[in-house]
Design a protein around this ligand. Structure first.
Ligand SMILES: [Zn+2]
Length: 89
């Protein structure tokens, strides 16, 4: 059964080739994930800017008060649009 042997060898080689390709793809994906993974952001902290004195920095999302003028900053982030302020109050 020479044909079976050739077929079996071919199949093993084929499996190994595809396994190698699959491993290569998985490694590439894991590398890409590491590269493009966004920085872990503290969910309880926010970068806020004070509309009262112009202070900018990291404050707690819940009890966020401006260290400059002690004005409550709420959920007012730098990136937020003015329309979002209506949802906070
Ligand atoms: Zn302030």
């Amino acid at each position: 059964m020479l044909d079976m042997t050739i077929f079996a060898e071919y199949t093993l080689q084929d499996i190994l080739t595809w396994a190698g390709i699959a491993i290569g793809i998985l490694v590439a994906i894991s590398i890409l994930k590491k590269i493009f993974r966004p920085e872990k952001v503290d969910p309880y902290m926010q970068t806020a800017t004070c509309s009262g004195c112009g202070w900018q920095g990291q404050v707690s999302r819940h009890a966020g008060k401006c260290p400059g003028c002690n004005r409550p900053l709420g959920d007012r982030t730098i990136n937020s649009t003015p329309g979002n302020d209506a949802q906070i109050t």
